[in-house]
Ligand binder design. Structure first.
Ligand code: NAD
Length: 292
């Protein structure tokens, strides 16, 4: 097994900042990368806010927060990741973006460094094949919000070696997470089930079966889901939901995975959910207001 001490995180958005947060709290040194230093700093602000929230709730103490923040270093250049034992890519859900990241990054990495993608849906085997180390590549799929959600799905590509897999399982467990194995088929387990349900909720809105409020209330109280599917879509990011539907549609060649045209329209409008201030709800006021 590889000894992991330093974790590189590429992409400092909602997921990357969450992954940096749990790794730093777990005692790992973290190198946080994004396209520009300002993005890394925005990610660090998210980590700071979420750690402070945990302190306020009594989940961790101030000393643990301070120590965690000290362990995270901005790493805006590829070369800054040279000490990483494991790099977790959590950039935008787009295959070409991810492949370009691996191409530009791997020349800087130690030959022993493991590479993981937090992709929600893209083939691990295909991503691995675009790198210089398919045996040391796998999927480490954290859930959102990372500090609160217990699960990490672990996905082996066809070439992932046993040592890499065992190291990844031990690493995820060291963060207090529970792992579930998923085979490398489009969207793995959680999103194979969850995202088509969200897409179907958007179809029920599109066809006028219910309003945003009715659909979310119905699923919260009728199916005992903690969040309604449209609220959840906004939380995940509508661009991410759409790209997962496209991966399912293309990868399984089945029309049942057709993305709802209304989802496409929201993404075209740039109404991407919470992170954009607007999606199925408008978040710019004091409380969220349905946009339909
Ligand atoms: P996000 O839009 O919040 O963040 C993506 C970040 O990647 C941005 O900060 C962007 O600047 C950065 N980025 C883009 N290109 C880059 C590059 N070339 N180099 C470095 N950084 C780059 O997205 P997110 O929700 O954090 O999703 C990130 C990944 O995690 C995606 O693969 C997504 O499918 C996956 N994921 C998302 C969720 C979720 O609920 N949002 C859950 C599990 C997994």
């Amino acid at each position: 097994m590889t000894d992991i001490r330093t974790v590189g995180v590429v992409g400092a958005g909602q997921m990357g900042s969450g992954i940096a947060h749990v790794c730093a709290l777990g005692g790992y040194d973290v190198l946080l990368n994004d396209v520009a230093l300002e993005r890394v700093e925005a990610g660090l602000d998210i980590v700071r806010r979420n750690l402070a929230r945990q302190v306020a709730k009594g989940a961790i103490d101030q000393a643990a927060m301070d120590a965690a923040l000290k362990r995270i270093r901005p790493a805006p250049a590829g070369d800054d990741l040279r000490d990483a034992d494991l790099v977790i890519e959590a950039a935008t859900e787009d295959e070409e973006t991810k492949k370009a990241i691996f191409r530009s990054l791997t020349p800087y990495l130690k030959p022993s460094a493991l590479l993981a993608s937090n992709t929600s849906s893209i083939s691990i085997t295909r991503l691995a094949a675009s790198t210089d180390r398919p045996g040391k590549f796998l999927g480490l799929h954290f859930m959102n919000p990372v500090p609160l959600m217990k699960l990490v799905e672990i996905i082996r590509g066809i070439a992932t070696d046993a040592g890499t897999y065992e190291t990844a399982v031990a690493f995820a467990q060291s963060l207090g997470k529970t792992t579930a194995n998923a085979e490398d088929f489009p969207a793995f387990i959680v999103n194979r089930v969850l995202i088509p349900m969200i897409n179907e909720a958007i179809f029920t809105l599109y066809e006028g079966v219910g309003t945003v409020e009715a659909i979310d209330t119905a699923m919260r109280l009728g199916a005992n889901h903690p969040m309604g599917p449209l609220e959840l879509a906004d939380f995940i990011g509508l661009d991410t939901v759409l790209s997962i539907m496209n991966v399912l549609y293309d990868g399984l060649s089945d029309s049942k995975y057709r993305p709802c045209p209304l989802l496409v329209k929201y993404v075209e409008a740039g109404w991407l959910g919470r992170k954009a201030g607007r999606g199925f709800y408008d978040y710019r006021g004091e409380k969220p207001v349905p946009t339909r």
